[in-house]
Design a protein around this ligand. Structure first.
Ligand code: OAD
Length: 235
């Protein structure tokens, strides 16, 4: 364990797949015939807000039917036992890391269970369905709430904090992400450029950027992540 002082973990849809949340680019990746890229954009929201709300309402409701799996639990265990710096950067908009007990989680693509008011710029916990009539609990205005999700073409959250964490880490682990969506897909190259950190991919199959990693292991996250955590904690 003394080997590492700062660990950054990047997670994607693959870590939640075994909890029952479909990935984006898998065989089950289409939603009612739509590609996610056709729904998760500001343009789609302007064109058809009802459809976009429906998409996220379904996904938000589905969170009530799923639970963290052993991969989420192992990362929470690692964070608790590790005495260096530890950050999970997740592209996932579910809350399974938090429900497993992880504390230091950065949701770079936003969160399903949050609403963002375009009227007053406040972000609020939001557990129900959202519609064009939903009222902001802060400014009371109607029709200004949208899901607090980073859509295609928008800037992911907290990039400064992410840059700082990536440049200071000595272990970077990417779990369950296909490496199709930037900037997250470029994190391994940034880390390699710094030249200090070991980089490891844990994924069901090789991602787009697999060759960039020092080490890759392929298999289900529920198996690979607990094994990896045991290794790190075992020294
Ligand atoms: P993808 O659906 O693109 O990729 C999921 C990855 O997880 C694939 O490489 C799978 O092989 C892998 N996988 C599937 N099941 C797994 C398992 N049980 N264990 C380990 N790996 C498994 O999802 P992301 O890479 O997360 O953005 O997608 C990135 C972004 O694209 C998302 O955050 C979302 C999406 O459009 C926005 O919504 C802005």
């Amino acid at each position: 364990m003394a080997k590492y002082r700062s660990i950054v973990i990047l997670t994607g849809a693959g870590i939640s797949a075994e909890s029952g949340i479909p990935t984006f680019r898998g065989a089950d990746g289409l939603w009612e015939g739509h590609r996610v890229e056709d729904v998760a954009t500001p343009e789609a929201y302007v064109r058809d807000p009802e459809l976009v709300h429906h998409f996220y309402n379904m996904r938000r409701a589905a969170l009530g039917t799923v639970a963290p799996n052993p991969a989420h639990a192992a990362l929470a265990r690692l964070e608790q036992a590790f005495d260096g710096r530890f950050l999970i950067i997740t592209q996932n908009v579910d809350d399974l890391h938090e429900r497993a007990g992880s504390k230091n989680v950065l949701h770079m693509h936003g969160e399903l269970r949050k609403a963002w008011c375009l009227g007053c710029d406040n972000r609020t916990a939001w557990l129900e369905d959202m519609t064009e009539e939903s009222r902001c609990p802060h400014c009371s205005r109607e029709g200004r709430l949208r899901p607090d999700i980073v859509w295609f073409g928008e800037m992911p959250y907290e990039m400064d904090r992410i840059d700082e964490a990536l440049s200071g880490c000595d272990l970077f682990v990417s779990i369950g992400t296909s490496g199709n969506v930037y900037p997250a897909a470029g994190f391994v190259a940034m880390v390699r450029h710094m030249g200090r950190a070991h980089t490891l991919e844990l994924n069901l199959d090789p991602s787009e950027g697999s060759r960039m990693f020092h080490e890759t292991r392929h298999g289900p996250a529920s198996q690979l992540v607990p094994e990896f955590v045991d290794e790190v904690l075992g020294g």
